[in-house]
Design a protein around this ligand. Structure first.
Ligand code: SAH
Length: 458
């Protein structure tokens, strides 16, 4: 066979998909990564880039579709970087995610013999997100575009309808688009750091149907504010309209300053019986239906009887903390974003929960500090961690080990860092008891998991 170089066209069979969702096939032993393909597909591809032992190719034609292939529901599924797996049946997506977690635990965590409970799938894998962040820009014709970035780029794919976002967005975006066009309000241009509107952030309360709209701007105020507010508040459920000031030359979406231009500076929603207040700067799980199942799993794993001292690290607005407080003696939450802790305290109050206390700061600083202050006397029965993708800092894991809780419940959105941290805990006196993946992000490669660790000597 000819040497595989750029522009080579060949027919290959896709054997597997990577953890990022790209299909992998081989041309004469040479591995090729092909976006938009699924295991079992026989495809014609064109090689775009080669490295020493592998390359990247573009899907040109599907010769024989895989039994797992389905038609994407979205017309921009291939261009948009948001969904990577729309062409794959939901059942296969779940299998892929479960395997992704299992493989990471075995390969990175060096774990074996743990019990893996079946993945918690979604009943309705579309329209599940309660939060959207649309970048705003201009197309070649100078028209305003709002949507999502194309994979690995910052070019915006105009997305008038997104199949994984709340349907209320279809009412919000046209209002902002016509306001910008009518009053000549310029979208932000990353390259020149000019223009005003950078992002539109929306949140919709799943139970309450309350809507939040936040315009992230490269400025301190918007022109014709009243005209925009008047149109937005016509949308049923509109509760909070805010402006977020971000004048930095940065990829970070939100700035620190928030100005409420109409309504409240938060919306409320429920998970189970607990009511939560959510502000634009705070983290809140994006899939409300699955979040309830995720927290229920964490609660089951914690096995509370009402007598326990629980620490909830990376607690956000106190979601897991308050969920657990119903069954624990005392819960302490730690979170780095001050606004989120403000929400957490407020949330404890509105739910009449008196056995939850919250601290602002980095978990890896607060916990070691408090432990040292107590001269090693501070105890915990259960420690819950729910870190961002980078996982836990070793200083935190070290303190957890010293505190010798009976149980650690690890909630994770990244199986790789989860596995790294589990390896540390297992090497330091814990054993992995149960693992369960939960699909919070259908059509994408992301997967959430909950792990129960117990002390190895118990
Ligand atoms: N448990 C919450 C939030 C989980 S997301 C929920 O389920 O809603 C992770 C949270 O960790 C975010 O709120 C983020 O702001 C916070 N965070 C990030 N780094 C942190 C750190 N070093 N210490 C404490 N919290 C941190």
């Amino acid at each position: 066979m000819e040497k595989i170089v750029k522009n080579t066209e060949c027919i290959i069979t896709i054997e597997d998909i990577t953890s990022e969702g790209e299909g992998i096939g081989r041309a004469d032993g040479f591995a090729l990564f092909v976006k938009d393909t699924v295991m079992g597909d026989v495809v014609k591809v064109k090689v775009m880039k080669t490295k020493k032992t592998y390359g990247y190719a573009r899907l040109m034609e599907i010769i024989t579709p895989s039994p797992y292939r389905v038609d994407p529901v979205c017309s921009v599924a291939r261009q948009c970087g948001g969904c990577q797996l729309q062409h794959c049946s939901y059942k296969k997506q779940l299998e892929f995610k479960e395997n992704k977690v299992k493989n990471c635990l075995e390969r990175i965590g060096k774990l074996e013999g743990f019990e893996m409970e079946p993945i918690i799938g979604m009943e309705e894998p579309y329209y599940y997100r309660n939060k959207a962040q649309y970048p705003v820009g201009k197309n070649k014709e100078g028209q305003v575009v709002m949507g999502f970035y194309a994979g690995r780029t910052h070019s915006i794919i105009d997305t008038p309808h997104c199949y994984i976002q709340a349907k209320e967005n279809d009412k919000i975006l046209p209002v902002i688009r016509s306001y910008m066009e009518k009053y000549h309000v310029e979208p932000y241009d990353e390259a020149t750091h000019t223009g005003l509107v950078r992002h539109v952030l929306t949140r919709v309360g799943y139970t309450t149907k309350e809507i939040m709209v936040c315009l992230v701007i490269n400025g301190t105020k918007i022109p014709f504010e009243e005209e925009l507010v008047n149109e937005l508040k016509k949308i049923e459920g509109m509760t909070s309209i805010t402006i977020n000031i971000n004048q930095q030359k940065t990829n970070v979406i939100l700035g620190n300053e928030l100005v409420t231009i109409w309504g409240t500076d938060y919306i409320t929603d429920y998970i189970g019986d607990i009511k939560y207040q959510i502000s634009p700067l705070s983290f809140y799980q994006v899939n409300p239906v699955q979040t309830k199942k995720l927290y229920q799993t964490a609660l089951d794993y914690a096995g509370l009887t009402g007598e326990e001292i629980v620490w909830d690290l990376y607690c956000g607005i106190g979601t897991i903390s308050l969920f657990l407080a119903q069954k624990a003696k005392q819960v302490y939450g730690v979170e780095i974003v001050p606004e989120a802790i403000k929400d957490a305290k407020q949330n404890a109050q509105i739910n009449n929960i008196e056995n939850a206390e919250f601290f602002v700061g980095a978990a890896e600083e607060i916990l070691p500090q408090k432990y040292a202050e107590s001269k090693g006397k501070m105890k915990a029965d259960v420690i819950v961690v729910d870190p961002p993708r980078k996982g836990c800092d070793e200083a935190l894991l070290e303190t957890i080990v010293k505190m010798q809780p009976k149980k650690v419940v690890y909630v994770s959105c990244d199986p790789a860092t989860l596995s790294r941290d589990l390896k540390y805990l297992v090497e330091n006196g814990f054993r992995v008891e149960k693992v369960r993946a939960c699909d919070m992000f259908s059509e994408t490669t992301h997967v959430e998991s909950v792990v129960l660790l117990c002390r190895a000597d118990t």
